[in-house]
Design a protein around this ligand. Sequence first.
Ligand SMILES: NC(=O)c1ccc[n+]([C@@H]2O[C@H](COP(=O)([O-])OP(=O)(O)OC[C@H]3O[C@@H](n4cnc5c(N)ncnc54)[C@H](OP(=O)(O)O)[C@@H]3O)[C@@H](O)[C@H]2O)c1
Length: 241
Amino acid sequence: MTKKTVLVTGGNSGIGFATARLFHERGYNVTISGRDRERIEQAAGALSVNPFIADMGSPEDLKNLASSFRETGLDVLVNNAAIAQFIPLAACTPQDYDSFFNINLRGPLLLIQEMLPALEKKRGCIINVSSIIVNNGLPNAALYAASKGGVDAFSKSLALELAPKGIRVNVVAPGATETPILDKLGLTADQLAAVKRQQEAMIPLQRFARPEEIAQVIVAQAEASYVTGAVWNVDGGVNAT
Ligand SMILES: NC(=O)c1ccc[n+]([C@@H]2O[C@H](COP(=O)([O-])OP(=O)(O)OC[C@H]3O[C@@H](n4cnc5c(N)ncnc54)[C@H](OP(=O)(O)O)[C@@H]3O)[C@@H](O)[C@H]2O)c1
């Protein structure tokens, strides 16, 4: 039997890396994409999966990435790559707007657009990784939150648009998760420790998620054949508070 194919964007780190590993363990033919050749090739080697270099901010890279699946088709697209940074709105530059919206919102949408023929071929599914920040605000994160809110919104519309083609579209929305993204937020060590304490105090399960716990839900969503247009929160109970 031919293996199912999956593409995980931002697969060299954190949730993407854990997701690629779990799909690989489940017998999928896995490709991870990322913007940095060295990081992506190192991760692909460690996982024994296929690497592809593509920056989510580059329409040309996304076209090339999708072209590589034109012949084989694609069973599962995991739009996981994103940037996150704490910036007070007063300090946000037009470049910040472009970065957040081009990488976190336009990138996933363009990739889906380019990937449609490959997804149609397999009646595949799309999993967009959003965040619980869409429903639970956080100071200094307006651009990130807006970009993720857009992901939730387009996913529901696309679920309806693509259902007649047999393509499912869903969202996994993690809460606070222990990944390298925390070191990229632009916070000092003390600020980061304070944010972590504050976040943990609000989580009913009293701890951050491990990337593997988000990966479990992404793989489950890929295999949940009657679920489309859904947003699954994976947040240790935050949305129940
Ligand atoms: N960790 C959390 O608390 C949390 C909470 C809610 C939602 N999320 C979401 O979960 C997803 C995974 O995040 P993570 O926590 O695993 O963070 P991470 O470890 O920083 O992983 C993010 C991945 O995205 C890649 N990426 C960033 N910009 C890119 C670009 N322009 N082109 C291609 N790849 C790019 C990164 O590549 P580089 O290594 O080259 O930077 C990295 O592989 C993201 O969508 C994030 O918003 C995370």
